[in-house]
Design a binder for this molecule. Structure first.
Ligand SMILES: [Zn+2]
Length: 300
């Protein structure tokens, strides 16, 4: 366990890491295959990805456990591997984080809608998340990152799961926002910034913000950050943008923001009051090195 994340955050802005999925594909993960198996079968590759982000200057690294609920793993026939795959995810990240880095135990959407849109009840989801989060913390996670959320109700269950099984471990919630034709930010479920952020913080999230998102450019993330900081009322804010707005090229999704552009955006995010900046889709260790260097120019 590293020194307290929240007290460090008041001293200086911190740099989170970037995308995991693209790094796995670059190392040969087949499209559609379960990347979490690599936590056990190819831990050296996962450690190398984390180590590249640490070398880039990232203070926080995120475990390879985005689809780590039993519900999501069952799609790969791995529904009974929640404990070992999540525990291994945290262990390998812990090794790469070293003495001075923090490990965020990553919890993505469980893979379906809660009732009444889907078939899963909040109690069932609580059990799914508790199993995943318990394994992540047992493996050495310093905090839990409930990310890419669209439904505040799902985010809240994530917070409650962490607080009930690991009350000393801080929980971070980040939502994926999109921009409406009217220029307003909301999640895929139609929830606006204030409601989404308030509900996460009221449930006990110690840090809140946004990651990923649909077709947001770097300018959008800066405006979104202003709104989130305004809604968060003093709770620290994390923003993990994609590498710009994606475009399709020959059937592939391409993110084209350069490291320099992301570094410039990172400084504007800090000016908006953000305390942790990382990256989401399309970001690489090169992007994070530029962001990390930019953050280091600000010492408070
Ligand atoms: Zn993303």
């Amino acid at each position: 366990m590293q020194t307290d994340l929240l007290s460090n955050l008041t001293a200086r802005p911190l740099c989170c890491d970037g995308a995991m999925g693209t790094q796995l594909l670059a190392r040969g993960l087949a499209g559609g295959a379960c990347g979490m198996l690599w936590n056990v079968d190819r831990p050296a590759d996962i450690r190398a990805i984390h180590a590249a982000y640490r070398r880039a200057g990232c203070d926080l690294i995120t475990t390879n456990s985005f689809g780590g609920s039993a519900f999501a793993l069952a799609r790969h026939g791995l529904g009974d591997r929640v404990d070992d795959l999540n525990r291994a995810a945290a262990q390998v990240a812990r090794q790469a984080a070293g003495e001075t880095g923090w490990v965020l135990g990553d919890v993505g959407p469980f893979g379906d809608f809660l009732e009444p849109l889907g078939d899963t009840t909040a109690d069932e989801l609580l059990d799914l998340f508790r199993a995943q989060i318990g394994a992540l913390v047992a493996g050495g996670a310093d905090a839990i990152l409930v990310e890419t959320m669209s439904d505040p109700a799902e985010a809240i269950v994530g917070v409650e799961a962490a607080r009930s099984c690991c009350p000393d471990v801080p929980v971070i919630v980040t939502y994926a926002f999109q921009k409406t034709a009217a220029g307003e930010f909301c999640t895929m479920m139609g929830t606006g910034v204030r409601e989404a952020i308030h509900r996460a913080i009221d449930a006990g999230a110690r840090i809140a913000g946004a990651n990923c998102g649909t077709s947001l450019d770097l300018e959008d993330y800066v405006e979104l950050a202003r709104q989130i900081v305004g809604a968060a009322g003093g709770t620290p804010v994390i923003i993990q943008p994609n590498a710009g707005s994606p475009r399709m090229e020959g059937g592939r999704t391409v993110y084209s923001a350069t490291p320099e552009e992301m570094a410039a955006a990172a400084l504007r995010l800090l000016d908006a009051g953000v305390r942790i900046v990382g990256g989401c889709c399309g970001t690489t260790p090169d992007h994070l090195a530029a962001i990390g260097s930019a953050l280091k120019t600000r010492t408070t």
